[in-house]
Design a protein around this ligand. Structure first.
Ligand SMILES: [Ca+2]
Ligand SMILES: [Ca+2]
Ligand SMILES: [Ca+2]
Length: 193
């Protein structure tokens, strides 16, 4: 009895230690560091893009909540904030795993907090911010096949139709597992009006 009680946890613990040893040999970075942290205009941001850490929209949002400080998916409230997000994302997105768009081209995308989950077509920020800015690709959001969650970084490359000369937003199915960007939650009194 005793042996099996103590024996059980030993295997995963040993496996974990072995994994740490192997990871320690293959790369210097601590395996727990899965998000790239940046700050802008007094807010902390986490860019979570490690291959294997891709998440559906709801899981990504929960993961943001476990960050320190607590975060939600990013709310992009201005062209300036979009420019900040783009600058960081452009510098690291090559390390992320792209998805393929229907032209067969890679799209390096990341979830943001914009969604129309509650009411089709009524786009809102998950953190409750007022909608003051949008950056959709042409002809997006199109809810193609039911798409309620927005990503940034969409480049598109359509023969005829939507184009995104700058990386921009697209609505995709919320169950798609992709990278995601978190922004610190305001804890004081905020969002007047
Ligand atoms: Ca923001
Ligand atoms: Ca929708
Ligand atoms: Ca779409």
């Amino acid at each position: 009895m005793r042996r099996s009680r103590f024996g059980k946890p030993a295997v995963p613990v040993l496996a974990g230690m072995l994994t740490l040893v192997i990871l320690g040999i293959s790369e210097e970075r601590c395996p727990d560091t899965i998000c790239h942290m940046e700050s802008w205009s007094g807010h902390q941001y986490a860019f979570c893009y490690e291959p294997g850490d891709e998440k559906d929209w709801e899981s990504a949002r929960r993961s943001c909540g476990t960050q320190n400080p607590p975060m939600d998916l990013v709310a992009i409230n201005s062209a300036e904030e979009q420019a900040f997000v783009d600058a960081v994302w452009n510098s690291i997105r090559g390390e992320a795993t792209p998805i393929e768009n229907h032209m067969g081209n890679p799209e390096y995308i990341a979830y943001i907090g914009f969604n129309d989950l509650r009411s089709e077509g009524a786009w809102e920020w998950s953190n409750g911010d007022r909608v003051s800015y949008t950056h959709w690709c042409d002809h997006e959001p199109n809810n193609a096949g039911d798409e309620d969650c927005a990503v940034t970084g969409w480049s598109a490359d359509y023969e005829n139709g939507p184009e995104c000369p700058e990386l921009a937003w697209n609505d995709i199915p919320c169950v798609a597992t992709v990278a995601y960007i978190c922004e610190e939650i305001d804890t004081g009194s905020v969002h007047a009006q």
